[in-house]
Ligand binder design. Structure first.
Ligand code: NAP
Length: 292
C-alpha cells in the first residue's frame, strides 16, 4: 500500500480562499475588519519568524495584524497591563501571546488573563477545561489540534471506535488532540516519555498522531498496515546533502512509513500550514461573535 499524502498546504490554501471571501463579505456589509493582536516578549528568532508568517497570512485574507514586540526585560505586570488593554480594544478580536516567554514571566497567568472571547489560541485554561468536559466545548478549538482533525477528516478515516494513539501530552498539541479525538468517539491512548514499549503501543493504532519533537522517532515497523499517520513534529537535522546543510524532518520516518500507511502528512507542508489557517478561522469567528 502507498499512502495518500495529506497535503496540508493545499487544504490550507483552499480554506484561506474561503476565509478571504468571508472577510470581504463582512467589509462589504460595513462590519469591522477582524484584528489579531500578537505579542512577542524578547528576541527569540524562531518566534519572530513564526509571527511574521502569521501576519503575512492575516494580510492575505484581509485580517489586520497588530504586532507588539516587547523587550525581554518586560515585567509580569507590564505584560498583564498590555493584555488588559488588548482585552478592552474593539479593533482587537483575537490575542496571541507567542511562546516561549522569558523564564521570569508566568506564562500560565498570562494565558489566563486573555479574555475568553479573544482566546483564539485556546490556551486559557478555562477554554482547555471546557474541551475536557463531555458535551461542552470552548468558543475556539486550539489551532494545531483543529488543523489535525481537518487533515484526519480529509483521510476519510472513521474516528468512531477507532484506536488512536497520541504521542505527546503538551498543552498545545498532545492533550487537546487527545480530547478532540475522544469527543469524536475514538478510543484514545496518550503516550509520553514514561510510556513502556512505545513501538508495541503504536502498532495498535488505526490513527497515530506524533507530537514529541524527536526527529524520526516513529519507525516503519511501529506502524500498522493501513494506519493514518499525522506527523506534528518539526525538527531540524544536519544533512550534508541538503542545500543549507540541514533540513526539516518530522517525528516519524516518512520514507519507511509511506509504503505502509493509508495516509500520512508530510513535513513540511502537513500540519504547519493548517495551524495558521485555523488561527485565521478562529480570529474571523471571534469577530463574528463580537458582532452579535
Ligand atoms: P513538548 O511540549 O516538548 O511536548 C513533547 C511531548 O512528547 C511531551 O509530552 C513528552 O513527554 C513527549 N515525549 C518526548 N520524548 C518522548 C519519547 N522519546 N517518547 C515518548 N514521548 C516523548 O512539544 P510540543 O509543543 O507538543 O511539540 C511537539 C512537536 O510538534 C515539536 O516538534 C514542535 O515543534 C511541533 N509543533 C508543530 C506545530 C505545527 O503547527 N506544525 C505546532 C506545535 C508544535 P513528557 O510529557 O513525559 O515530557
Amino acid at each position: 500500500m502507498t499512502a495518500e499524502i495529506l497535503d496540508g498546504k493545499a487544504l490550507a490554501t483552499e480554506l484561506r480562499g474561503v476565509l478571504a471571501q468571508r472577510v470581504a463579505a463582512r467589509a462589504a456589509a460595513g462590519k469591522p475588519v477582524p484584528g489579531l493582536a500578537t505579542v512577542i516578549v524578547g528576541d527569540d528568532p524562531a518566534s519572530q519568524v513564526y509571527v511574521r508568517g502569521k501576519h503575512k497570512a492575516c494580510r492575505e485574507v484581509g485580517i489586520t495584524p497588530i504586532g507588539y514586540e516587547l523587550p525581554a526585560s518586560t515585567s509580569q505586570d507590564e505584560l498583564l497591563a498590555l493584555i488588559a488593554e488588548l482585552n478592552g480594544r474593539a479593533d482587537v478580536h483575537g490575542i496571541l501571546v507567542q511562546l516561549p516567554l522569558p523564564a521570569h514571566l508566568d506564562a500560565a497567568a498570562v494565558q489566563s488573563a486573555v479574555a475568553l472571547e479573544k482566546d483564539v489560541d485556546c490556551l486559557n485554561p478555562a477554554n482547555l477545561g471546557l474541551l475536557a468536559q463531555k458535551d461542552r466545548a470552548p468558543r475556539f478549538t486550539p489551532c494545531t489540534p483543529a488543523g489535525i482533525l481537518r487533515l484526519i477528516e480529509k483521510s476519510g478515516l472513521d474516528l468512531s471506535g477507532a484506536n488512536a494513539v497520541v504521542l505527546g501530552r503538551s498543552n498545545i498539541v498532545g492533550m487537546p488532540v487527545a480530547l478532540l479525538l475522544t469527543q469524536a468517539n475514538a478510543t484514545v491512548t496518550i503516550a509520553h516519555s514514561h510510556t513502556r514499549d512505545l513501538p508495541a503501543l503504536c502498532r495498535t493504532a488505526d490513527l497515530l498522531v506524533a507530537a514529541v519533537g524527536r526527529p524520526q522517532l516513529v519507525r516503519g515497523d511501529w506502524v500498522r498496515e493501513g494506519a493514518v499517520v499525522i506527523d506534528v513534529g518539526v525538527n531540524q537535522i544536519q544533512d550534508p546533502a541538503a542545500r543549507r546543510g540541514q533540513r526539516l524532518v518530522g517525528d516519524v520516518a516518512f520514507d519507511e512509513i509511506v509504503e505502509k500507511a493509508a495516509a500520512i502528512t508530510p513535513v513540511p507542508g502537513g500540519v504547519g500550514p493548517m495551524t495558521i489557517a485555523m488561527l485565521l478561522e478562529n480570529t474571523l469567528k471571534a469577530a463574528e461573535l463580537a458582532d452579535a
